[in-house]
Design a protein around this ligand. Structure first.
Ligand SMILES: [Zn+2]
Length: 116
């Protein structure tokens, strides 16, 4: 198999795009119940799910399987692997810009609170 993407790139796409953000981006229905973020499982169409921020995985307890970011894009968008990775690369650059802005804002807030 011809490998177009490096291990590091794929690792970043699996780990550094928050899985909850991806679920929203893919327009997968989700809700909060009992303090958990639950998404509609794309396989069984049930909400017996949760996401784990430490591992950045989405899990369906009914299907007994975990989904990483690449799995979710493959299943929901019916993309090829290459297209799924490209989709995530675009999203990753958006996420990076957002978190940069958030860090900037936090710094600004800290600065403002100090001034009072
Ligand atoms: Zn399921």
């Amino acid at each position: 198999m011809h490998q177009k993407f490096t291990r590091k790139e794929l690792y970043e796409l699996r780990n550094f795009i928050p899985i909850n953000d991806l679920i929203q981006e893919l327009k997968i229905p989700f809700k909060f119940s009992e303090g958990y973020f639950r998404f509609l499982c794309p396989i069984c169409k049930e909400f017996q799910t949760a996401t784990k921020t430490e591992t950045n995985l989405a899990r369906c307890f009914r299907c007994e399987r975990n989904f990483n970011t690449i799995d979710l894009v493959l299943i929901c968008q019916h993309f090829t692997f290459v297209d799924a990775v490209r989709f995530l690369q675009n999203l990753y650059s958006k996420v990076q810009k957002q978190s940069y802005r958030q860090t900037e804002l936090k710094g600004l807030l800290k600065h403002m609170t100090k001034a009072f």
